[in-house]
Design a protein around this ligand. Structure first.
Ligand code: GLY
Ligand code: MN
Ligand code: MN
Length: 446
């Protein structure tokens, strides 16, 4: 386990220290999802559950009971079963839950109806993420009702429900040294995958063939899945923000926008690069590209402890709007175009998001009505873009259908920020040089 066992124990302790006295926290594992008929999606543990337990199996429920004499951390999980394990694979069982995963106590998941109401009974507050898992919401309600039905015999049902996710998501926002190590490794694999796609790209290939190269690089380095559906968008497809069909043929003269990142040990990476299929940017492509790159640089300069969340976004809006005016794609005063949000015809998304176990990670962006102030250990993406819609008749034809985004992952440090994904080039000249070198090598081998 790349996140050490002691760290899971520390997280549980830290959460329990924030819980009110006489309370209990309940978290279910992620369900198994069916893809079609009896074929399942590859199992991915729920991020909150994983964060507190490191336990990789479905059909499990973690219970935290601060101050409980017989142990504060209880895990319900599947029993060992020779027959099922022959078909479906290893199960830790109750002994494994204790020995391998640090549970103080473990019970078969099939006994949860009999045991959990007894654990909840007498506790004043239940910490639970209501609404995230409707099946489990219903089951928890039933267990509470079991206790209520016994009130006349002296059973004490809980009186308060508290949003567990709020506490947990604030913890998840601050990455530990061990988490940063995993995220750095994920970032490096993804950077290598983007380089590979640039090296292999040729007009005539299909978008999915570049996707296959990304996937190959992810998996051969230990990633089991991409952190989100990879976007490989040639030409005007780059103007569709969440394009994931990846079925078009790449043409000479296209820009290729690839937004892809691997997941490693339940941590995401998220990189976008945009490069010319031919290996050379056209003047228009390069003009737009250089503005996006300048916007990203301006955003990095606005990320440091004490700066607020929105400063990086504001920096990108400033540079992009001024750049679009310089190119004649927007007309007017920069300040007015920002105030009227005219830039949104070309730049319609935000400059980034928190990054962690989920690609769009948890954590509040505003606190007490103000943008959140950045602190060391927070990880975010920086991803400005310019997209000239193919049907934008307000601009000369030569600009239409150009879509550029450049995205990197950064961690806030004590003095500023560090880029986790700088293993993949992004200066236009560097990209052209990398692609030219790959072509020269291929020709020499041919
Ligand atoms: N790939 C999703 C994003 O960049 O937010
Ligand atoms: Mn992305
Ligand atoms: Mn992103």
């Amino acid at each position: 386990m790349p996140i050490p066992k002691q760290e899971y124990a520390r997280r549980r302790k830290s959460l329990m220290a924030q819980m009110e006295p006489n309370s209990i926290a309940v978290l279910p594992a992620a369900p198994v999802y069916i893809r079609n008929r009896d074929a399942e999606y590859i199992y991915r543990q729920d991020s909150d559950f994983q964060y507190l337990t490191g336990f990789p199996e479905p059909e499990a429920v973690a219970v935290l009971m601060p101050g409980r004499e017989h142990g504060e951390y209880i895990l319900f999980c599947r029993e060992k079963d020779k027959e099922r394990e022959l078909w479906d694979g290893y199960r830790a069982g109750q002994d494994g839950a204790v020995v391998e995963y640090g549970a103080d106590d473990a019970f078969p998941i099939n006994d949860i109806d009999d045991i959990l109401p007894g654990l909840i009974e007498g506790r004043e507050r239940v910490y639970y993420a209501m609404g995230a898992n409707q099946d489990f919401d219903r089951r928890l309600t039933n267990w509470i009702n079991v206790i209520r039905s016994k009130a006349r015999q002296g059973a004490q049902p809980p009186n308060e429900f508290v949003a567990l996710d709020h506490l947990l998501h604030d913890m998840r926002l601050y990455k530990s040294a061990a988490e940063l190590k995993v995220m750095q490794a994920a970032a490096q694999i993804s950077a290598q995958a983007h380089i590979r796609a640039m090296q292999i790209c040729r007009p005539g290939l299909y978008e999915y063939q570049l996707e296959a190269e990304l996937q190959h690089e992810f998996m051969r380095n230990g990633s089991r899945a991409p952190a989100y559906a990879s976007i490989v968008a040639a030409g005007r497809n780059a103007c569709i923000l969440h394009y994931t069909e990846n079925t078009s043929q790449i043409r000479d003269g296209d820009l290729i926008l690839i937004d892809a990142g691997c997941e490693l040990d339940c941590y995401a990476s998220d990189i976008t690069r945009t490069f010319p299929a031919s290996g050379r940017f056209s003047p228009e492509q390069r003009a737009i590209y250089d503005i996006v790159l300048e916007a990203q640089e301006a955003a990095f300069a606005a990320i440091a402890p004490g700066r607020h969340w929105n400063e990086a976004h504001e920096a990108t809006v400033q540079v992009i709007t001024a750049g679009l005016v310089r190119l004649g794609l927007l007309k007017g005063e920069v300040d007015e175009l920002i105030a009227s949000e005219a830039y949104r015809a070309f730049y319609m998304h935000r400059a980034g998001h928190w990054l962690g176990m989920d690609v769009h990670d948890v954590g509040d962006y505003r606190v007490g009505g103000e943008w959140r102030v950045l602190e060391p250990g927070m990880v975010m993406t920086v991803e400005p873009g310019i997209y000239v819609a193919p049907d934008n008749e307000d601009v000369p034809r030569k600009w239409r259908g150009i879509g550029v985004r450049i995205e990197d992952d950064v961690v806030v440090t004590r003095s500023g920020c560090e880029i986790l994904t700088d293993g993949v080039p992004k200066q236009a000249d560097e990209i052209e040089a990398l692609m030219a070198a790959a072509r020269a090598r291929d020709e020499a081998l041919a």
